[in-house]
Design a protein around this ligand. Structure first.
Ligand code: ATP
Ligand code: MN
Length: 462
């Protein structure tokens, strides 16, 4: 069976084909019924024309069941289309209805639906233009992630999802347990975590970085790409409780090389989208974010700006009345600050480096000033932070000092510290939030609309 994408792209008029898919629209005229069939293989559907005069009784009976949402097979001959907007159409002769879709109850009628409403029917929303397009772009972006790293000799490492490190320093964690906490509470006993499944408390991973560093110190250039979990109670359009993260790690690389990698990576992803997702991006450009394609195109040929945190704060202080949160040296950059820097000051992607060490994780390499670390955040217009990364602290004693500073127990990081005892080397890496990238590439506003089944506070349906 051919999918509609290859029919529209490769099939010559005159060919007999059978197309299978879901009905998007049905329009009846005096002499014909026009059915737009979509199978998800591409943005466009195939127009199928049923000529009333030439239909036999069986086909006419089946046609009665054809309405928006129905799953059908249509056989016929591909012909050049007289109508504007499509080069070919299917002159139908046969019809099978696998599953009708009663119009009085099917929630996705032809009219436009709000994204809020569509979130409530996440099992049906992939059949809409927007979510079909998001799914196809997401697929291509995942492929592009692997192509980028594989072409550059990075090896894909699978890091664990369950972790028993009692703190990874990246965010609030979800606990994983098989204990019957209700029963323990009823007995009035304290919880004995040594009786839990792993013999201690366990959590869902907030980042694969610490694990991937161990493979970096053996394979050189590695990356992980998997689900991560954060139990932050932030109901924002940019945070999910479950999201996918890409984390490369390079041995013998310092911050400048890390910044170059991040820039090349983002450009590769944008180019890939522009080259392979043209129809879907055209839709986003027209309906979701006007100017999207021109923006993506200009970023791929731009040079990312660089700025130290200290200079960034100077820029912000000069305009401090514009911000709800007043900036000062030592403050964590808020989204409003990040957006001002990237949208107004540099008007494009910006890499901010050398943050105060109090703001950043223990594993970042300390600068000689003793106050800042070799961190880098990549900020892009509309999104703010899309990448967070750093050069890692590879000096054992400085790392130990940083851990104590942050009240972390070195004993639970014994293996991580071992990497600094045996064959330690400079290395760097970063994390790209896959859904932040998806928002950037598609122009979709809410992060819950760029992942098939969003997980957020009080939201885990489907
Ligand atoms: P933010 O300050 O925006 O919450 P962060 O500093 O907590 O991000 P990192 O710990 O540096 O983020 O994580 C690396 C990347 O993972 C971020 O740059 C971002 O792209 C993504 N990310 C972080 N938290 C989330 C989340 N809750 N949902 C989706 N993506 C996220
Ligand atoms: Mn966060």
């Amino acid at each position: 069976m051919q999918d509609i994408r290859s029919v529209l792209r490769d099939t010559k008029p005159g060919a007999s084909i059978t197309a299978k898919g879901w009905v998007r629209t049905r329009r009846d005229t005096k002499n014909a019924v026009f059915v737009e069939l979509n199978d998800g293989s591409c943005f466009n559907g195939l127009q199928c024309v049923f000529d009333a005069a030439s239909l036999d009784d069986a086909a006419r009976a089946s046609l009665a069941q054809v309405s928006t949402g129905a799953a059908v097979a249509v056989a016929g001959v591909l012909v050049e289309s007289p109508a504007a907007g499509q080069p070919v159409e299917l002159k139908a002769s046969g019809l099978t209805v696998y599953g009708p879709s009663p119009a009085d109850s099917y929630p996705l009628q032809k009219k436009a639906h709000s994204f809020e409403f569509l979130r409530e029917i996440a099992h049906l929303r992939p059949r809409t233009n927007s979510f079909g397009a998001v799914a196809r772009v997401r697929n291509q972006m995942a492929f592009a992630v692997h192509s980028f790293f594989q072409e550059r000799g990075f090896q894909y490492v699978h890091t664990p999802i369950i972790t028993a490190s009692d703190c990874e320093g990246a965010g609030e964690m979800f606990q994983v347990t098989t204990l019957d906490l209700d029963a323990i509470a009823k007995r009035g006993e304290p919880v004995d975590w040594t009786k839990d499944f792993f013999g201690k408390r366990a959590y869902l991973s907030v980042s694969g970085q610490l694990n991937v560093e161990t493979y970096c110190m053996a394979l050189g250039r590695v990356y992980t790409f998997g689900p991560t979990f954060r139990a932050e109670n932030s109901n924002t359009p940019r945070h999910l409780s479950e999201f996918w993260m890409i984390e490369p790690e390079m041995a013998f690389a310092e911050l400048p090389e890390n910044m170059d990698l991040a820039e090349a990576f983002i450009k590769h992803l944008l180019s890939w989208a522009l080259e392979r997702c043209g129809d879907d991006l055209a839709f986003f450009d027209k309906r979701i974010q006007p100017g999207l394609i021109a923006m993506l195109d200009s970023v791929r040929s731009s040079t990312f700006a660089h700025m130290s945190y200290t200079d960034a704060v100077k820029e912000l202080e000069a305009r401090k009345d514009d911000f709800e949160f007043k900036p000062f040296w030592g403050c964590d950059l808020q989204t409003e600050h990040e957006r001002y820097l990237t949208e107004t000051v540099v008007k494009g992607p910006l890499i901010v480096t050398d943050y105060p060490r109090d703001l950043k994780a223990f594993y970042m390499r300390r600068n000689d000033d003793g106050e800042t670390v070799r961190a880098m955040d990549v900020l892009v217009p509309r999104i703010g932070e899309i990448i967070g990364g750093s050069e890692r602290e590879y000096r054992h004693d400085v790392l130990l000092d940083a851990m104590k500073d942050k009240h972390l127990d070195p004993a639970s990081y014994w293996w991580y510290l071992d990497l600094r005892r045996y064959g330690s080397a400079p290395h760097s890496g970063f994390g790209l939030g896959f859904e932040r990238l998806m928002r950037y590439v598609t122009g979709m506003e809410n992060i819950r609309d760029v992942i098939p089944f969003p997980r957020a506070p009080k939201q885990a349906d489907f």
